[in-house]
Write a protein that binds this ligand. Sequence first.
Ligand code: PLP
Length: 573
Amino acid sequence: MQPLQLLDASVRAQFPLFTSTASAMPLIYLDSAASTQQPTAVIAAVSDYHRQSHANIHRGVYQLSQTATRLYEEARLTVARFLNAADPAECIFTRGATESINLVAACWGAANLHAGDEIILSTLEHHSNIVPWQLIAQKTGAQIRVIPINDAGELELEAYRQLLSPRTRLVAVNQVSNALGTINPVREIIAAAHAVGAVVLIDGAQWVAHGVTDVQALDADFYVFSGHKLYGPTGIGVLYGKRHLLDAMPPYQGGGDMIEQVTFERTTYAPLPSKYEAGTPNISGAVGLATAIKWVEALGLAQISAHEQALLQHATARLSAIFGLEIKGTAAQKSGVVSWVVVDPPLSTLDIGVELDLRGICIRTGHHCCQPLMERLGIAATARASFGVYNNLDDIDRLADALTEIIAAARAKQSAQLEKGGWEDLKLTTAASPAAAAAEIAEVFEFLPDWPQRHQYVIDLGDKLPPMPAALKTAATAVHGCQSTVHIAARLAPGSTDMIEFLADSDANLVRGLIALLQQLYSGQSAAAILAFDAEAFFASIGLDQHLSMSRRNGLAAMVQRVRQLAQRVVIS
Ligand code: PLP
């Protein structure tokens, strides 16, 4: 085991978010793989640019415009040095990794892919390195092949070599998996692809903030990353491409700055990099990104890597000691990412995320935009902690202690729960209408002063929900659009011609609580009354939507939709 080499606490002190006294609870931020926080140096550089130097670039003859142009182009020089690109013109500013990949797929793909050609991706890819290739494959008739992984979450390199053939035109893989943290041997992957004449795109979104990048040493044809995962601003990223490839590709978007000459008959295009930067770019974003790069370099990528490896080592040891928790992704080479599921007792990742949030701990839960990977692992989601320069061992200990507490509470609750359920246990609402039931719920919410107490109330309601018999959990009752598993079965109440009752269940406690709220609103009401009630407006009016992520709000909307569809059927029949 390596000795722990941690960065000094003065690094964390440079991040205003962690020194703010606005919140009563110290914030533990463990979601840097989604987005890193920004140090004062970056915030100040963006702010100074807006205060002192902003004008449109490349066009104005006045001094201010020339200053803005200089800052923007200096940012490009910084990016080129950071990546060790041979020529700054090979570094195109984009909105981020996603846009960079879409650009290559659309432009390089349109010019180079034909029916029967093959694109190789890997099981570890983020959707942003899958969907753009599917779009261009559909247009060109190219086929997508996928590198498998082993159970540790490492690419099967032998299988990769077997996939390579003269039909392979492009290989697109990430350098680090955002969901599992696996560091991929990209140099080897590139060399093997080049041996069959294929071009390689490396998605460096999860690498650039964690180790030195040298596109020439890698011999990458395209390399992409985003500023907001590198302590920089959102809305700015980079596409690096070898000049001969970028020169030969058609432009991505048409507009100002990307042209040499325009007539109504014909347009000629500007040279690199302008050819791919149509319109006014994110100038302050480029300035912020360059500052972030210099800030990271001053700290030293070797020191950052040692710090994150120390956190990873500690987190792996602490989390794997928790009974019932399983770490997903155990590759020999990993970056500062730990993904896990809780299997005993089974706990949905949504509940884990919400419970940790109530303790001031931010982690990511869900499929991490890697649904094919989740499918390969046989799970719907993981909970993920990812580390940055500001994290310390205490953050990890707080996470591990909170998880131990959450799992122990879930275990105690599980053993106390009686096995009951089915339609017989269903208590129909006594409210006269959904609106009357809504008023009762709103009154309780009003009485509870804050989100932690309202959350607990919703969870308690969910605990009282009668479990749905396994026989009713079929494909027909499954609700799509929810990240957790949800089933809703509805029927006409026995002896009634228009009264609906429904049973529902979910693997997530919070969703069970939402189902209980829906039951209070709807179960035992007439189909016409259900259709007349605007549940979404009601949930917004009690502020519930503010505390639900977008996917959860969509899930709630999907459940409401399902009940309304069933009510509709009753009205029509
Ligand atoms: N690739 C990987 C591996 C990622 O983790 C992400 C974001 O999480 C992306 C691409 C997309 O990055 P962005 O949303 O900044 O475009």
